[in-house]
Design a protein around this ligand. Sequence first.
Ligand code: G
Ligand code: MN
Length: 250
Amino acid sequence: RGALNGGRAIAAYQPIVDLASGRVVSVEALLRLRDDDGSIIAASEVFSALLDPELSRRVSRVMLDHVVADGPAILALFGPETRIGINLSDADLRRGTFVQHLIDVIDDSPLAPANISIEVTETMLLDASGHLHQSLAMLDDCGFTICLDDFGTGFSGLSHLRRLPVDGVKIDRTFVSDILHDSDDRALTRAIIGMAQSLGIVVIAEGIETADQADMVCRAGGRFGQGYLFGRPVPMSELAEMQRRAMRTI
Ligand code: G
Ligand code: MN
């Protein structure tokens, strides 16, 4: 709460790359807090505070403001088709006002809805109230991209992929972290990729930290990846520097 009031809730951006070319196709906006001494705190340390729906909604609004402010520079760096991922909570999707706010803010911004990738976790889909499905359908109608985050860990059942307007899934990093040593994780990764491809949706493998893991994801048929190997979440100023370095090595 202090960080929000003090303007110390910032966005860090992590690249998502095309594994074959290394090209950045999207960036995910992640909450970071600047501490009093200037150091940066990961959002995972304040996740319990975000269980408060009021705080969680304030965070979503602040993150949206950051994305709209940084969006033009992000598109200038990586191209007009770049997507910017934002993580929404069930509180955001359950209350219609945030969804309408999101639609209005993007409408008034230089960004197109297609530039925004809404990340929702698979677990959130277990909500049976129907509000969430309605919100996602509305966002889909407006042209937003919708991705299921932490895919494979949520026990949500595959039927959601048919019933919801899902454009992509992000394979949870727990699969990738053991992909070299655990043949079950390798088989599951391959199966998720195959399933998504037959449904015509995009797959992103999360948590790629080594070249061997990237290689294995490619061999499993994966096209897109995110993880420390390609870049850590960094503030906007460092993202530009990261891209300049990458361009110099090509
Ligand atoms: O649930 P979601 O996928 O949105 O979580 C993103 C989080 O994962 C971020 O906080 C980010 O710092 C972390 N993360 C991103 N890439 C990696 C990685 O390669 N390894 C690990 N361990 N964590 C990562
Ligand atoms: Mn995410």
